[in-house]
Design a protein. Sequence first.
Length: 626
Amino acid sequence: MQTNREFFRATRRGKLLKIVKEVYLREDICCGHKVCTKCEDTKRQLYTPEERARYEDSLSQLIGETVLVLDTNVVLHQIDLLEDPSLKNVVILTTVLDEVKNQNFTIYNRIREVIKDKTRSFYVYSNEHSKFTAITRDSGETPNDRNDRAIRVATEWYKSHLHKLNIKVVLVTNDRDNATKAKKLGMDVKTIKELVFEMSDQFPSLVDKLSSPEDAVDSADPNNASAVSSKKERFSFAEHRPTAVLTEELKQGKVFQGILRTDQTNYTQATVQCHSMNEGKGGEILIKGIENMNRGVDGDIVAIELLDRSLWTSASTVMLMDGQGVAEDDDSVAQDALINVTQTAQQPCGRIVGIIKRNWKPYCGTIDFKGDITRASGIQQLLFLPMDRRVPRIRIRSRQVENLVGRRIVVAIDQWDRHSRYPTGHFVKDLGQVGDKETESQVLLLQYDIPHHPFSEAVMKCLPDPAYMENLTESDMIGRKDLRGEVVFSVDPPGCTDIDDALHVKRLDDGNFEVGVHIADVSHFVREGSAMDLEAAHRSTTVYLVDRRIDMLPGLLSGNLCSLMSNVDRFSFSCIWKMSPEGVVLNVDYTKIYVVGQYLGWQKDPPTLPRLRFAASPSYTQGVRL
Ligand SMILES: [Zn+2]
């Protein structure tokens, strides 16, 4: 069976292009449940036993008595929750997967990792290619409505398909409209919150991972709105202007745009470089105080309006200390707690009137809990204190306070309501005990966004043969000078494995000196634009922690072929000076060379180094002493 899907796309020149996709609908797409016999029959007809084994091995299987079908909004907003291993037996429809891919590629990659993990029983059902569940868009139906309907149709199919086996199918959605329509069709529907609370006796940590925009669905309800506003009347930020308004005001030069750079020690003060200020010459705007910051978080791209010139001032140099002026219920003091200690020159000041793009990421920190843990029961509202002082505290909810106090945890921000002094977020993961070396190392790596994953296969494929230097060819030597006869040494601590530079110095016959600095010739092994080059560019540097080193390049290069070790031939890029005895540079030469290390390393007693080939040569000690 074949069906056509048509859609239109505008070209760059403004013409409409009609795209027709032919889709072949299949009858043999399996529901993915282990005990389903209907699909078993289909499979038996289609595959040889070997093919079937291979096919089944490639998939996760649904196993439980309840199967969950997720709506797109649940995947997009609750990925931390979905990554929790206690959530199992989930159907991901291709409609959902495609929507997630279009809206957020990072989340798409994360859900794919979950699907790959066979212990999780996440099954991808190709509903758009199945004869039983594929639908076409009705005239007048928005793409969104069409996708919602596709999800309902597929859920209904699952329900009737698994009905006789007593397997329950639940549609998990936070879309009110989709839920109402699905319930009308007799489906079992739950919000993610309902689902998680049902599971919370068995898996209490799940509740913490619930992302809070779920409340937004309730508060959008007019019956509920009054309750929310009366409770929070005491404090509110100015409303953010809508994107359309900001776009217009940016064009007219009424507001400026830039990246918010928050003070290292005080999240209520920031500066923004605005390129369009001062007739395009650019300038810096200072933002001071929590109200002018108006929910901007470090890294966000914000829209700023300048304050009246009479209000311009200078940056405050006071650090915001723990708990200073930020008592949970005292909304009046935070701004006043900052006193200017030194006055520097006044500068343009402004306030944030809108957020163009958020740059929220997971933050490491601790729970700020001063009460009696033993008396904390049920769900607690907690304040999370990020280690990064540029970030405000974050409200989270937890049922497991006793497990979180004293731990380094990761928290993500979900939203920042204008009636709340702090953003709200959710618990992502526990990194371990505060003060533990392993935990704190993890914190540093996460906090500073240091890429520390193992090198990919593509990178490892770029590596040369480990015995490369023993099998050199003519082409390796082109343009290289042979300095293997010189006494070349490095000044590195004992045990150093990545010796990236070395020196040599010798007296010339004319009384002058030759001084050379040799840098390992990494470019001989790392080709521009290769996977290894890109990865190294991304990492930028080797990172040294107390107990480990995170290499910029794989160990074969950083600790071997590009390390100027003793007694082995290595390539370097060198700078060689000719100097007078007074140290005046007479000549300089940059060249690629071929050196053999008679590298000394940093040793107290050179003559006890028998490994060095020329340890007995007078030029050796002479070179080092010079
Ligand atoms: Zn089946």
